[in-house]
Each structure stands twice: as structure tokens, then as C-alpha cells.
Design a protein around this ligand. Structure first.
Ligand code: PLP
Length: 450
């Protein structure tokens, strides 16, 4: 390796270890890999190792890294006008809002911009509370909605535990998940019906007049790509209508092509009252998120000021990146490509792996969004590592991840699962390359079975 490259690597590592405080980590126990660059579906380090990225960063580089049209749009906007206060009207923001509103389901035609997903959730909940005059929020176990104080309390996964304030007005309930059914169901239809009954019971016993919102990920993502059964989201919509509750769909992870649709809600033809987005809206090139708002909720704030705002709301650079991302997705049929690569290559390929690898308990997914549920025992479905496992208990999954990395694949692993979330632009050859690595790495988890 050239001396300059080695020196650059060491400088990056020293700065990081000396001064960067990382998310979700015990600071002394981590050693982040210095990355030299990334392009399309790949990233590489300073030592010449190249990795096919099956994580899309944190599930957001839906167009892959360094898409030239998005890079050019950011450069052009930077040359024209880097920033402007949110109170003015500015071209890139107006255009991003129009393009997003055009694609959201139903009449969610007004867009409140934030810097990311958690702020979108915070503002959606604030809008719902002010609109209904009610305090409580219902959300599911097995969900993630962000790490600010409101969003983390709404979250239903172990990331909440370290910051939990008890309730913060949140009540958790069980969503549908047939493979580990909380309702002892044996079919999707049974799971759907029982999950809806459980939700209605929760509403009644909590007191419907105290519930402002039900917040759901359309497809719970980081909790395991839990594709809901047919009829579930429509059933939740009906319950919200019956009890005057605001229905919030969190599409932060699944929006903008991830499931092979602009928004995952389209798969089930459901329209929420508020829809949160971030990540894929501009492929994550500049931080951006937001809330798409129904006419009824927008009307609540027609003559009464909305008591919320952000310095960088609708930042011109982030919005220019959104305009370029959405336009490129439309021009290059990225949404259709994501659906097709899922139907024709990733889905069949992953099911074929499950057929040969006993440590795969279930395959779930849509588009470029999949999960393999790793188990110790297919009969009992005992997870490869226990729920909430951390540290040394994660050794089996870490061994699988290391086997992937040694073979040039950067995997997304979380608890007893590996998620497959490559860019929506992934080519067929890249998909097959990734599947071949997973095939080899799964022999590591097969060897750990009871
Ligand atoms: N909602 C969902 C469904 C997410 O997956 C995430 C992040 O992964 C968030 C909200 C929080 O987004 P952010 O990290 O941009 O605050």
C-alpha cells in the first residue's frame, strides 16, 4: 500500500478514536473501519478491501453512493444558494414538497420538513395531539421510530430500554408477526384477525378518548422486515376512523422505493392521516426528513399557528438532493427495478438458501428489503441469539457477519437476523454476488445449530 494511503488511513482512525463519540456504542470497545470511498453498491477501505453494501448505509442510499445526478444537483444548488431561513419560499423546497406530495398516498398534500426520521415522528405526534386534544400514543412492540426522547419512548425494541422514561404517554401493543405469533395463530388470516382484536381491546381498555395516534411502521424494518398480513393495515385504518384516532404510518425506512413502491402503504392501498419519511427521500446525501399531512390536520393549523419548527427545516441543499433523487428514481424506473429484483432474484435466491441452510428459519421481504431469521432449531424456532442480545451473546451473529466481510460483503445484522437492504439500483449480477456470499457465510450459522 502506498505510504500516503496508509498515512491517510491512520489519520482518519486516530481522529475518530481520539474525538468522535459514536452512536449506540461503548466507546472503548469499538474500532470503526476507516473508509476511503464508495460508489454505486460498493464501499472500500484504505487497505484495498472492497465491500458490496447490503446495508445501504443505514438503509438509506436507495440510489447507491455518489449517484452523478444527485451529486450534480447538490453542487448546482451550492453554487446558487446554499441555505436560506425556513420562513422564505425557495425553489428547491417548493419543488421537493410538490414531488413528495404528488407521490404520497391519498391527499397528503402538505409537507413539513425535518432533518431526519426521529424529528418527523416527534412532529407527527405533536400534530396528532394538538389535532385531537388527546395525550396518548399507541405503537407496537418490535418497532423503531428514532432516538429523540419522544421517538425512543414510542419505539418498541431494546434500543428504548436505555432511555426509557416509563411511558411518556406511550402504550405498546403487539402487531402481527406470524412466525413468532403473540396470538398463537397458525395462518396469516388468523394472525391478522387476532392482532386487530388485540388492538381494539387495547384501545377500549386504554380509553379511546385519551388516544391521539396509532403510530406504525408500514413494514416494521429494523425489527425484522415484518411484512403485515393482507387486511391488517386496512383494519387499523378502520379502527382509527371508528375511534377518532390519527393514523400515523412511519415510512422513514420503507419510503422511496425500498419495497418496490414509492411508499409501502401502496401495497395495501392504505392512506394514513400523517406519513413520516426521511432516509431514501434524497438517498441520505444531505440530512432530510418530514411529515406528509392530511387536509384535515393541515386545517387545524390554518389559522392557529403550529407550535413547532426547526432551523434547517427544508434546507435548500437537502431539498435539491430530494428533487434530484425523486426525478432520477422516476426517470430510471428505480421503483420498478427494486420490485423486479426482489421478485426475480433476491426473493427466489433467499428462499433457495433457506432450503439448503437449516439455520434459516424464515425468509421475509419485498423489493430490496428482506430478512433471514436465523435460528438454533427450526422446530422450536429458538432464535440464534436471545431477544435483546448484546456483547458476547452476539458471538454467533458476529461470526456470520465476519464471514460475510471476509468474502467482500458488508452485511446488516441485528439480533438473530441478517437483513438484506442493498441500494434499490442493485444489478442482477451484484444481487447474485451477494447471495453467493450469504450462501457461504450461512455454513457458519448452520454449524451452531442444536
Ligand atoms: N423511523 C424508522 C422506521 C426508522 O427506521 C428510523 C431510523 O432507522 C427512524 C424512524 C429514525 O430516523 P433518524 O435516525 O433519521 O432519526
Amino acid at each position: 500500500m502506498a505510504d500516503a494511503r496508509r498515512a491517510a488511513r491512520d489519520r482518519v482512525r486516530a481522529g475518530d478514536r481520539g474525538h468522535v463519540f459514536h452512536s449506540w456504542s461503548a466507546q472503548a470497545l469499538i474500532d470503526p473501519l476507516p473508509i476511503e470511498g464508495a460508489q454505486g453498491s460498493y464501499l472500500w477501505d484504505f487497505d484495498g478491501n472492497r465491500y458490496l453494501d447490503f446495508t445501504s448505509a443505514l438503509v438509506y442510499t436507495n440510489l447507491g453512493y455518489q449517484h452523478p445526478k444527485v451529486v450534480a444537483a447538490i453542487q448546482e444548488q451550492a453554487g446558487k444558494l446554499c441555505t436560506l431561513a425556513p420562513g422564505f419560499a425557495v425553489e428547491s423546497r417548493s419543488e421537493a414538497a410538490r414531488l413528495i406530495a404528488e407521490r404520497t398516498p391519498g391527499e397528503l398534500d402538505k409537507i413539513f420538513f425535518t432533518n431526519g426520521g426521529a424529528e418527523a415522528i416527534e412532529n407527527a405526534v405533536r400534530m396528532a395531539r394538538l389535532h385531537t386534544g388527546r395525550p396518548k400514543v399507541l405503537s407496537t412492540y418490535r418497532s423503531y421510530h428514532g432516538a429523540t426522547s419522544g421517538a425512543i419512548n414510542i419505539t418498541g425494541d431494546p434500543r428504548r430500554w436505555g432511555s426509557d422514561t416509563g411511558t411518556a404517554g406511550t402504550v405498546h401493543f403487539w402487531g402481527p408477526f406470524l412466525y413468532r405469533s403473540p396470538f398463537h395463530a397458525t395462518t396469516e388470516a388468523e394472525e391478522c384477525q387476532r392482532a386487530l382484536q388485540h388492538l381494539e381491546d387495547t384501545i377500549v381498555f386504554e380509553g379511546s378518548s385519551s388516544i391521539a395516534a396509532i403510530v406504525l411502521e408500514t413494514v416494521p424494518g429494523s425489527s425484522g422486515v415484518l411484512v403485515p398480513p393482507a387486511g391488517y393495515l386496512a383494519g387499523v385504518r378502520a379502527l382509527c376512523d371508528r375511534y377518532g384516532i390519527v393514523f400515523v404510518l412511519d415510512e422513514v425506512m420503507v419510503g422511496f422505493g425500498r419495497t418496490g413502491r414509492w411508499f409501502a402503504a401502496e401495497h395495501w392501498d392504505v392512506t394514513p392521516d400523517l406519513l413520516t419519511f426521511a432516509k431514501g427521500v434524497n438517498s441520505g446525501y444531505v440530512p432530510l426528513g418530514g411529515v406528509a399531512i392530511s387536509p384535515e390536520i393541515a386545517d387545524t393549523f390554518a389559522t392557529r399557528p403550529y407550535p413547532g419548527g426547526l432551523t434547517y427545516s427544508g434546507h435548500p441543499l437537502a431539498c435539491a438532493a430530494a428533487v434530484a433523487t425523486i426525478t432520477t428514481m422516476a426517470e430510471e424506473d428505480v421503483i420498478g427495478h427494486s420490485a423486479r429484483i426482489g421478485e426475480r432474484v433476491l426473493g427466489p435466491g433467499l428462499r433457495e438458501l433457506a432450503g439448503r441452510h437449516p439455520s434459516v428459519g424464515e425468509v421475509r421481504g419485498l423489493g430490496t428489503f428482506w430478512a433471514l431469521e436465523l435460528v438454533r432449531n427450526r422446530e422450536t424456532r429458538e432464535p440464534l441469539v436471545p431477544y435483546g442480545a448484546a456483547g458476547a451473546a452476539m458471538a454467533p451473529v458476529n461470526a456470520f457477519a465476519a464471514a460475510c466481510r471476509e468474502r467482500g460483503l458488508w452485511p446488516l445484522t441485528t439480533m438473530n437476523r441478517t437483513h438484506i437492504a442493498p441500494p434499490c439500483t442493485l444489478s442482477e449480477a451484484e444481487a447474485k454476488e451477494g447471495l453467493a456470499v450469504l450462501d457461504e457465510a450461512l455454513s457458519v450459522t448452520d454449524a451452531l445449530m442444536d
